[in-house]
Write a protein that binds this ligand. Sequence first.
Ligand code: 4AD
Ligand code: MG
Length: 432
Amino acid sequence: MNWVYIEDLKQHVGQEVTLQGWLYNRRSSGKIHFLLIRDGTGLCQCVASLADLGAESFAEADHLGQESSLAVTGVAREDRRAPGGIELTIKSWKLIGSAIDYPITPKEHGTAFLLDLRHLWVRSARQHAILRIRGEVESAARDFFHDRGFVSFDAPILTPTACEGTTNLFEIDYFGERKAYLTQSGQLYGEAGALAFGKVYCFGPTFRAEKSKTRRHLTEFWMVEPEVAYFTLAEDMQMAEDFVSHILVRVLERRQEELKVLERDVSRLEKAATKPFARITYDEAIERLHAKGLEVKWGDDLGADEETALSLDFDRPVMIHRYPAQCKAFYMKRDPARPEVALCVDMLAPEGYGEIIGGGQREDDYETLKNRILEHNLPLEPLNWYLDLRRYGSVPHAGFGMGIERAVSWICGIHHVREAIPFPRMMERIEP
Ligand code: 4AD
Ligand code: MG
């Protein structure tokens, strides 16, 4: 058997090949059946005729249920009208696994219904396109850091303490002896890595027990987090800009087909990939928001509405830096020139997508950091190891975290982050 993937069919024109896949759709003119087969790499129209198959096999082909698994053998022929440009003239086919009454039909379904069937929904064309783009974003992210000499330094998921604050921690009973928490961010461990290797990144699942039911919030999401010793905020922002531009360029290079399925306006992504991105201070952001009639006080964190309003001003990502220290995490370094603001940055995606990156320069002074931990009512003891990083050869350092689902939602132009991950976890859903 000459098994080939649909994406490779072009190299097999005129040859007899076997496709192994699933029935995506079928139609019949009576004399000819058209079986649309998907194998995960593409779609191929396979043509069955009575003359080629014989009466029994031909009749059976007209009763196959959607998503039945099949092996189809036939000759690949060029046909410009066919999806993918190649058609298969079937010589024989074999049922591998039957599917009766597949619940997701080509008609419209509600999102709640589809989310209940997420394990099957991922077979659909749109979901396929989104998740392939997700895969591209992840591999582009890894390549960016790997090619620049960063060490991949994986952070633990079970942790003894909070990183981003205590209000949204998932608590776990650890052998009935103590509490543990699901990590909110690998950053603190990344800092240990940066002081060991100079430049590292971690990439893994992170958890937030936020009681927010918005289109931007998951309780489990994937974050990629670089951390670099001797970096200041300015260099961190430059890295964030280079990183996001690199990811966009890669997706535009390699995932045009998927962007087309999603009917994404690629000219917007092309524009967004162009450096430099905009940079504004938090103060300027507040002025812009006031000019738009939004009521925000200096000192408040920016919420989804404010982020959306700001990002609509720019055709590429905008980096907002130097937020009031009071609304940011304990580890943020203050600006020596202006201690009420932190040396931090959030990057907002254009088109109203809001924050995709948060990061900044870390407090590197032992006494200052220790006081911050106390001011934030965090326990000192489990953070003692983190303070060691300031006891033994502390240096300026900075990093950031990008949420993969936020970035993917923006790149795909989809409304809700729940479609940007294979199995979304939200406040109201942990199934399937
Ligand atoms: O801004 P955050 O909370 O920053 C950190 O966790 C830092 N420790 C990162 C660092 O400096 N190493 O989260 C970073 C990014 C956000 O910009 C957003 O893209 C994503 O993580 N994110 C979420 N994505 C989906 N659902 C949620 N609940 C998210 N919370 C944050
Ligand atoms: Mg943030």
